[in-house]
Each structure stands twice: as structure tokens, then as C-alpha cells.
Write a protein that binds this ligand. Structure first.
Ligand SMILES: *Cc1c(COP(=O)(O)O)cnc(C)c1O
Length: 477
């Protein structure tokens, strides 16, 4: 299995070759040359598997250059009930991603029972073990530099903590994250985790990361890497739970199901698209956005019009406050029939800060063939949905999941189960829950005192040189 670039001008690579990198050298994203396919007989066997067996079956096809015995060891160490046991007390953690029935034909796929209470742990925990394995094999180490507004940074830190050949330098804004999110990151005491709190907002953090990464000499000398959402291994790991959920709610492969996915960078729902391409009987993939509705606009009109950060609204589902969907190019590559020249042409407009219209390229009709639908949700919608879910289903959900449930409910079809992805636990976003329900959400066991734990971080001015100095001081610890 080789990986090629969506822009068609980079050499093909193996899974291991793209694991530690970011963009392809031509500026595109890596995608499989051909999707592996699971036929009827395969699906019948996979239906009987537990999460780890399923993960191995899917990943063995996508990462076929890693010896299966090694892959099995990585998967077995990653997907344990102990790691994914931070959810509601009545969940069956042995399932790793339990499915909760809300009512007939409507389900919640629990993806947020990992250590940071967001679905990003599903992929990031595997990435941590894959990085350690690949670096060991190559005799290398890496310094991961990133910026976070909350969920990604903590998922990365909890995945990389204690790894002997990885150091993490994570920039976070002095203002903007919830107290819970801050405490989650800053309470880590591992020597290889560096929390750099920047006197500024998230965009300042991101600008610094870009500036450091653009300094190629510095980047090479200090072995700077990233774990951002375009990383192929993250997308690959996210495919697994679509299979798991499908088998959990169906009795046979004749039964299609739909998924509703709270979306920002299009990573999570892109994994659903890939699962569908690999043969999983998915009817609809419903893309749910918040007030930042770039993706909803695209699926309604064919116009992809990324916004600037100044045009991006700060909402009560902050992890979806995204104005440019970094994984979207992977889907458009498929819509364009794998034509890298066409993708390059379309992204010339995007990279200039302007829009493209798939109708004008005669491609919009094809989007419907992939089962995508979309909708958006507002602050009032998500508060009402949190309230409704608590009253009708007896289940408290977080604001992002509420966006997905709101939009998913509007796209149900008779006879087709709708599975809504739970992208975070409510404990992470207390304010919205208090606003909706008049009470704080329950805390998973062991996290009641999170905010009173000792914290370990360094506050810095938003200056590139200050950040570089910290990296230089610790790059060889
Ligand atoms: C990251 C995140 C999302 C968006 O997922 P994408 O893969 O970026 O589309 C939604 N909800 C929560 C809670 C997240 O952390």
C-alpha cells in the first residue's frame, strides 16, 4: 500500500515514511493510492471481533509496511479498557467505544472516554505509541511543537507523556481555554512535556508555530515535528470506530446506517468517508457545524469559502471554531476522481485566500454520490439540545456533541439507524452545561480535584525568539 499526494506531484511513500511528516512536498495531503476493500465475507468476520482485533484488521491493510506482530503489540497496548475508562459510570468500557441507545434508531457513539475526555484520544494514543516505535527503529528522537485552543494539545500531551524519544512543546493562550482544560494540561509533571503559556490568543500561538516551522534550518537542526490533524495515522485510527459502531447497532451487512459528526477540520468525518470507501455500508455522513459554517455552506452550495481567523466566531462549541478545514482536500481528491491537477487548481484559489465553486468545475453532482449531508447549529440550538437530551434520554452531552445530535435528528430516515458521534464529555465544558441545565456536569472518577493539582507551565511573551530559546534549552533533554 502506497500513499500519494492529493496534488499529484510528490513521490509515493509507505505508511511509515509519512508517519512523522506533515504535508507532502508538493503541498498536498497523503492519501492511499487505492483504498483497501472489505467485502461481504470480511465484514461477516469483522462483526465478531473486539475493538483490538478490529483495529488490527483495519490497520494491517493501511499500514502494511509495519510487521503485523509489531502492529498487534501497538494496538493491544493502546486500546485498553483502562485507558478508555473515563466516561459515564454505566458505560461498558471493555467495548473501548461503547454505543449508547438514546431511543429506537438513535444512538450515541461514545468516543470520549479516553484520558482527556475528547475523541482525539482515540487516534492520538495510538499515534504516541506509533511515534515511539518508529523513532526507536530509526534511532531518532523528535521535538513536537504545537499550538492548542484546548483539545488537541491535551490529547497530544497525554499520548506522548513519558515517551523517551519524544518531547512536546505545546503553546496555549493565556486566555481562552476553560479552567478544566488548563488544569488538564498544566497538571502534567512529566519531564518531556513543556507547557508554554503565551500572553495572547490562540492565533498568536499558531503564528509562532508557523514562524518556527518556516525556519527550515532551526526545524531540521532541532528535529521539530507536529501532530496536527492532517496526520494520516490519526485519520486511519479514526476509521476503526465507524466499523465498531456499525456492527454494534446492526444484525447484518444488509442494514445501512448513518452517522452524524460534529466537524471542524473534517478529520473525523473524513475517516467516516474512508470507512465507507473501504466497504462499510454507510447511508449518510452528516456533517454538523456550529456558527462557523464553512463546511455546511459547501455541502449546500458547492462553494468552499474558507474564512480568515478574524472572521472566525468564538462559540460555545470552541473545538469547532475552524475556518479552514485542513482535511477537506482528501475528500475533494476523491470527488475529483483522483485528479491531482484539478486539486492543485482548486487549492491555488484556497491558498490565495479565495474560494472555489465545484459547480463551475462540473463536479458538485458527484458529492451526493458519497452520501454527505450537512447542517449547522447555533448557541441556542445546542443549549436546547443539551436540555432535550437530558430530559428525553436521561443523558448529559457536551456542546459539540449537541451540535451533532441537533443536525443528526434533522437528517434521520425511516429504517436507517442514526449514530451520533460524542466528541467530548460534558465535564470538559461546564459553562454550557450550567447554562442549559442549571447544574454542573458530573466529573469522571478521579478528576474531581483536577483544578487543585500543582501545575507546571511557563508564561512567555508572544515572541518567536522566546519560544525558540525554550526549545533550544530542552531539545536534547
Ligand atoms: C476536534 C474536535 C471536533 C472537530 O473534529 P474535526 O476532526 O476537526 O472535524 C469536534 N468536537 C470536539 C470536542 C473536538 O475536540
Amino acid at each position: 500500500m502506497n500513499y500519494i499526494s492529493t496534488r499529484g506531484q510528490a513521490p509515493a511513500q509507505t505508511f511509515s515514511q509519512i508517519l512523522l511528516g506533515g504535508l507532502a512536498p508538493d503541498g498536498g495531503l497523503y492519501v492511499p493510492e487505492v483504498y483497501p476493500h472489505f467485502g461481504h465475507d470480511d465484514l461477516a468476520v469483522m462483526r465478531t471481533m473486539d475493538y483490538r482485533e478490529l483495529a488490527l484488521t483495519v490497520l494491517a491493510r493501511l499500514a502494511d509496511d509495519i510487521p503485523v506482530a509489531d502492529l498487534k503489540d501497538l494496538v493491544d497496548r493502546t486500546y485498553t479498557a483502562a485507558t478508555y475508562s473515563h466516561g459515564r459510570a454505566d458505560s461498558d468500557f471493555s467495548q473501548i467505544t461503547p454505543v449508547r441507545r438514546l431511543e429506537d434508531g438513535l444512538y450515541l457513539l461514545e468516543l470520549s472516554n479516553g484520558p482527556t475526555l475528547a475523541f482525539k484520544d482515540m487516534a492520538m494514543q495510538l499515534l504516541g505509541n506509533l511515534f515511539e516505535y518508529a523513532l526507536d527503529k530509526a534511532g531518532l528522537d523528535i521535538n513536537i511543537l504545537g499550538a492548542t485552543s484546548g483539545d488537541t494539545g491535551s490529547a497530544a500531551e497525554y499520548a506522548m507523556r513519558g515517551k523517551h524519544n519524544v518531547r512536546v512543546f505545546m503553546l496555549s493562550p493565556l486566555e481562552g481555554m476553560t479552567r478544566f482544560q488548563q488544569a488538564q494540561m498544566y497538571s502534567l509533571q512529566d519531564a518531556n512535556i513543556h507547557n508554554l503559556v503565551v500572553r495572547g490568543v490562540f492565533d498568536d500561538c499558531q503564528d509562532i508555530v508557523k514562524a518556527v516551522s518556516n525556519d527550515l534550518e532551526f526545524k531540521t537542526y532541532h528535529r521539530i515535528g507536529a501532530v496536527n490533524s492532517i496526520n494520516w495515522a490519526r485519520v486511519a485510527a479514526q476509521c476503526i470506530y465507524y466499523f465498531k459502531a456499525y456492527f454494534a447497532v446492526t444484525g447484518s451487512d444488509d442494514q445501512p446506517v448513518s452517522f452524524s459528526v460534529p466537524s471542524g477540520n473534517f478529520g473525523d468525518v473524513c475517516a467516516g468517508h474512508i470507512a465507507r470507501q473501504m466497504g462499510l455500508p454507510i447511508a449518510k455522513l452528516v456533517v454538523a457545524t456550529n456558527e462557523n459554517d464553512v463546511l455546511d455552506e459547501f455541502f449546500r452550495t458547492g462553494v468552499y469559502r474558507p474564512r480568515t481567523s478574524a472572521e472566525t466566531l468564538h462559540t460555545s462549541s470552541p473545538s469547532m471554531d475552524i475556518s479552514k478545514a485542513s482535511n477537506f482536500e482528501r475528500f475533494i481528491f476523491d470527488v475529483a476522481g483522483g485528479d491531482g491537477d484539478k486539486v492543485r487548481e482548486l487549492w491555488r484559489a484556497v491558498d490565495r485566500g479565495s474560494a472555489f465553486d465545484l459547480k463551475a468545475h462540473g463536479l458538485f453532482d458527484r458529492v451526493a454520490d458519497y452520501g454527505f449531508e450537512s447542517g449547522k447549529s447555533s448557541h441556542a440550538d445546542r443549549i436546547a439540545t443539551i436540555r432535550m437530551a437530558a430530559e428525553r434520554y436521561g443523558t448529559v452531552i457536551d456542546p459539540h456533541t449537541a451540535d451533532g445530535l441537533k443536525v443528526g435528528l434533522a437528517h434521520r430516515e425511516p429504517g436507517i439507524p442514526m449514530i451520533c458521534l460524542e466528541t467530548a464529555l460534558p465535564a470538559k465544558f461546564e459553562d454550557a452545561i450550567v447554562e442549559a441545565l442549571g447544574r454542573a456536569p458530573e466529573r469522571p472518577a478521579g478528576l474531581a480535584e483536577l483544578e487543585s493539582l500543582p501545575q507546571r507551565y511557563e508564561v512567555l511573551d508572544p515572541e518567536v525568539e522566546a519560544i525558540k530559546a525554550v526549545i533550544v534549552a530542552h531539545a536534547n533533554d
